[in-house]
Design a protein around this ligand. Sequence first.
Ligand SMILES: NC(=O)c1ccc[n+]([C@@H]2O[C@H](COP(=O)([O-])OP(=O)(O)OC[C@H]3O[C@@H](n4cnc5c(N)ncnc54)[C@H](OP(=O)(O)O)[C@@H]3O)[C@@H](O)[C@H]2O)c1
Length: 249
Amino acid sequence: MVLQNKVAIITGASRGIGRAIAETFAREGAKVVIAGRKQETLDRAAAEIGPSITPLACHVGRASDLERLVSETTARFGRIDILVNNAATNIQQGPCLEIDEGQFDKMIDINLKSTFRLIQLVAPGMCQRRDGAIVNIASIAGLRPQFHSLLYSMTKAALIMMTKSYAVELGPYGVRVNAIAPGLIQTVLSEYYWKDDERREKQLGAQPIKHLGQPREIAEVALMLASSASSYVTGQTIVADGGYLLSSM
Ligand SMILES: NC(=O)c1ccc[n+]([C@@H]2O[C@H](COP(=O)([O-])OP(=O)(O)OC[C@H]3O[C@@H](n4cnc5c(N)ncnc54)[C@H](OP(=O)(O)O)[C@@H]3O)[C@@H](O)[C@H]2O)c1
């Protein structure tokens, strides 16, 4: 078990990719704190996955919730070895000229500032112990604009640069910071792209790997980045998209 006795926080882990990462880390021996907005869905996920999961309600857009998440995890387990910044949203899908400032601010708060705030809270302890792994869940939308998703693409692009910038500064203290850029993965967030037969077939037609991405296929990449299997890897963004981005080459 490659994460034996490691302590991990995963945001947005009541379902989808975050939950799959929690299951994978638990399988590998980690104690995993899962965060999301609704205590009851977290409790259900924890009961289903097993006793190594601790569910803590936390809205990542609220600074006080993030502080509580970190302080309660530290009080319970003594340290945080792994942080997975996974929670994100896409509240605005539509023409860029219809975006208002409220939407802009909300997307920055949920998709970007949350990660900045959590790293600022967690990384000092990691640096002190000279050991830590941070994994940020970005998107291929941060590498190439997703049509009618200016705010989502913009926040994911910034997350990729945040990953590199933290990696440069925290590397000397033994803390690695990496990102994953998933393509289309079958979750609630991306239903628009896979529920409709025509859209799904168009997507799969453009991918060399001909199945719809599953959350566990991202979780295994997260496991590699969180574990010593990637001890010489930092500041990277691993694209896991079934080869979708290659289709434009
Ligand atoms: N699915 C894809 O195709 C795809 C592709 C590329 C990148 N990604 C990225 O992968 C990550 C996970 O996405 P997903 O597809 O697994 O999404 P999902 O199925 O919608 O799950 C999102 C999770 O985040 C939680 N969450 C949402 N807003 C939150 C908030 N403000 N505070 C705390 N938790 C919150 C949700 O629980 P509650 O609602 O209970 O809070 C849920 O557990 C995101 O960063 C997303 O951008 C996904």
